[in-house]
Design a protein around this ligand. Structure first.
Ligand code: NCD
Ligand code: ZN
Ligand code: ZN
Ligand code: ZN
Length: 429
């Protein structure tokens, strides 16, 4: 359906300017951008008072299908993502079966084709069943459509295997996305090792688990001139290591999750297992370091690590409950409140962190707001304030500490390939 987005303010990251223009979308592409466009017989979307931005891109989500459909499906996850303003997400392979073979990849691709209302890009496992012992056929997976390689959820403890997976991914031009967790320092812990784990009398995870592994893989990248992407960075030491590495020319990129720059471990006292995530929520000093990293470009992107789990699972005690927070619907408001409204970033940088940079990591092209570009857009209202209710969430995963909290910023429309896939009070498809 052709449409005109009328009266909106385009966030143009090519010029770092806000442009008041209409956008005419025809045959799935941006046909025209002009101050005033009028056409008969096309749908008109009133965007007055709203920003029109690149559709958001999330390089790291868990949609759980195949295998854990009770937590999330490609359908529920992509609808939730559309509500969050996302037009593209990359799904991690820690499903059941793990996406470690072409057969399993094809199964996933079929589900995506059938059920996804946005672009859902598969990430392939680095090792068979993510067990860390035997490499998958990364090249074959690539030829069949993976956009990155990761054993997310599990570390690759064997440095030689990590090196091989990295070399192969580099040669193919796709990112290796590293879940940095040195098992020797996890110690069956369930939250950050520190004052909260002491106070609650539960086992903590040493910061060394993350820091050691990131140090190892920066070293690997440096020694062999390889590119690595570090997932969900959460400690101030890691930020510092990545900053230094970048400074000396090491090809390392990284992502941070919204919960790691907005919530400290203290929330676990009140919200228990709802605040259990890997890597764990840390301290105010870590948040400050991440914010510095966002400001100075050490942090390349925001990725939600959307990790939905069922109510029953998250009602378990801290030791028994699974790790992970649901977050794909909340990244925009959480970033708005914690970074944009505080003047830490401007709106152009926000779009870079939430769309342009992850898009580059995944090797995507043609998703800007310009004539002839693919119409993957979000229309957002950054001023609207509300209290998050559980029933507001489309995701099957209600496991977020933000329920009951005040948020600011809403997605009005999400447009994928020139089709409206989400509008505020109506689900479409
Ligand atoms: C993720 C999951 O549930 O799959 N959990 C999490 O706490 N982040 C795995 C992961 O991202 O490491
Ligand atoms: Zn199988
Ligand atoms: Zn991970
Ligand atoms: Zn993850």
């Amino acid at each position: 359906m052709d449409m005109i987005i009328k009266g909106g303010t385009i966030v143009d990251c090519a010029s770092d300017r806000l442009i008041k223009s209409d956008i005419y979308i025809k045959d799935q592409k941006i046909f025209e951008i002009d101050e005033e466009i009028n056409e008969k017989g096309v749908e008109v979307i009133d965007a007055k008072g709203y920003f029109v931005i690149h559709g958001l891109v999330d390089a790291h989500v868990h949609f759980r299908e195949p295998g854990y459909e009770y937590k999330e499906t490609i359908k529920s996850g992509s609808l939730a993502a559309a509500k969050g303003g996302y037009t593209t997400v990359a799904v991690m392979p820690n499903t059941n079966p793990v996406i470690d073979s072409v057969e399993h990849l094809n199964l996933l691709k079929e589900i995506i084709k059938r059920d996804a209302c946005i672009n859902v890009l598969p990430i392939g496992a680095a090792t068979i069943e993510e067990k860390g012992y035997q490499l998958t056929d990364i090249e074959k997976l690539f030829k069949n459509g993976i956009y990155g390689v990761s054993d997310d959820g599990q570390p690759i403890m064997d440095k030689k295997l990590m090196k091989e997976a990295t070399i192969t991914s580099n040669n193919l031009g796709i990112p290796i996305m590293i879940h940095s967790e040195d098992k020797r320092y996890v110690n069956n812990g369930c939250i950050n090792e520190g004052k909260i784990s002491d106070r609650l009398g539960v086992k903590g995870i040493s910061r060394k688990a993350e820091n050691n592994m990131i140090a190892r893989d920066i070293e690997l990248a440096k020694e062999f001139d390889l590119s690595v992407h570090i997932c969900h960075v959460s400690t101030r030491e890691a930020i510092e290591m990545i900053r230094n590495a970048k400074g000396s020319g090491v090809k390392v990129t990284c992502e941070v999750a919204p919960h790691h720059f907005s919530i400290t471990e203290d929330i676990i006292i009140e919200k228990q297992s709802i605040g259990k995530v890997n890597p764990p929520l840390r301290t105010e000093a870590d948040i400050q370091a991440i914010i510095e990293g966002i400001k100075d470009g050490t942090v390349d992107m925001i990725a939600t690590d959307h990790a939905p789990h069922s109510k029953e699972e998250k009602l378990k005690d801290l030791e028994q409950a699974p790790f992970g927070l649901s977050g794909i619907e909340l990244a925009l408001p959480v970033t708005n409140i914690n970074l944009l409204n505080k003047g830490i970033i401007d709106i152009f940088k926000m779009v870079r962190l939430l769309s342009i940079n992850p898009s580059k990591l995944l090797g995507l092209k043609d998703r800007g707001i310009y004539k002839e570009g693919i119409a993957d857009l979000a229309i957002i209202d950054l001023d609207s304030e509300y209290t998050l209710k559980e029933e507001n969430l489309i995701s099957k995963g209600k496991n977020t500490p933000y329920i009951g909290e005040k948020l600011k910023g809403k997605v009005k429309y999400t447009i994928v390939n020139g089709e409206i896939v989400y509008r505020e009070d109506k689900q479409c498809l």
